[in-house]
Ligand binder design. Sequence first.
Ligand SMILES: [Zn+2]
Length: 456
Amino acid sequence: MPLSETPHPDGPAVIRSRRVVLPDGERPADVLIQGGRIEQIAAHGSLLAGDRHLTDLGDTVLLPGLVDTHVHVNEPGRTEWEGFATATRAAAAGGVTTVIDMPLNSVPPTTTVDGLDAKRKTAEGQAWVDLGFWGGAIPGNTGDLEPLHTAGVFGFKSFLAPSGVDEFPHVEQADLESALAEQARIGALAIIHAEDPAVLEAAPQQPGVHYRDFLASRPDDAETAAVARLLDTARRTGARVHILHVSSAAVLPLLRRARADGVRVTAETCPHYLTLAAEEVPDGDTAFKCCPPIRDESNRDALWAALAAGEFIAVVSDHSPSTPDLKLLKEYGGSGDFAAAWGGIASLQLGLPAIWTEARRRGHSLSDVVRWMSAGPASLVGLTGTKGAIAVGNDADLVAFDPDGEFAVQAAALHHRNPVTPYAGRTLTGAVRTTWLRGRVVDVEGEPFGRQITRS
Ligand SMILES: [Zn+2]
């Protein structure tokens, strides 16, 4: 249940906490909300009521809402995998107040303005949180990029290896050159799934239930070869590029060198790469399958070191669910074959507690988590000044978070459409108590009222 309803959602309201996570650190404060925005941040206890509705959180922490720039909603076209209502409901329950939807797995994909319009029309009235869209750059649609950008997409996703769905083909080198040259010209952000198809083809392909065989089929080299080729192309075209879901720590030295060389490159990683490890994946448990794959514990430690050093701009979910039968899950009568199962992790509602559980163990603060999961992704998509921080003038997207609240994950109790997640059965620390979107409580009650946002 929410800690408090806000009875006059657009009237003045104060949220008070002894632990407010602000851009310059955590301190006691009163946050005044008016018209859906943060109007004032004042000393704890100083903004007394009058006609203002007061929510006093006590020691419960107040965080800015998370910004998740990597979510596959899959609607329209594969709505049985996921949809706007269920995905954004899960987001709200997990403290995520802004979702940017990926351009593929929906049919049509977001590779034309018509595709974008289909998405927007379908999403209308279904979103619990604010929602934006990525476009896609595929072979042959270079001419669609500028109109899509003008229509407000946040940038363009391309795959360097097969994406898993036929209607979103990967780019060969010549397609990549033309897509990046065009994106440099129009000032768009290119976001890239970086695995190299030649390395994947050369790797041993051993189907079956053993996770180590699946891992061997998608080696570190597939990521490093793809990233090296991408960085070279970015350098020559001048495009701004972002590496999606870095799984292998072996790519980090390449990114460092390219940055030192003036290439405009950022990178993200995901909760599953930071909190799960190959050693603990049970045979046949395809809920853990994603591409690139979850690697070993020493790699996970190296990703944490890079995160601590500021080498990742964002930690985002890559929520990419499908139906249990396509996951080939054994409890649904499937084979548990990692090679044949759909690759994608469902975790939108769990990113914050999963990361906090591991971050705390490693000595990090909630300010660090906010930098990785809220301010960082907001800056990636140009939303700093609207989203990603408790700051005057920003949208009042807020989360009441109990950093000591423990819970056991039950897949069927999560709000995303299909009851599958690799976190099932785990005990996580950190519970979202209430989520506010533009000053209104959204995580449990009320009607959807997220709005569609565009790149400005
Ligand atoms: Zn993805």
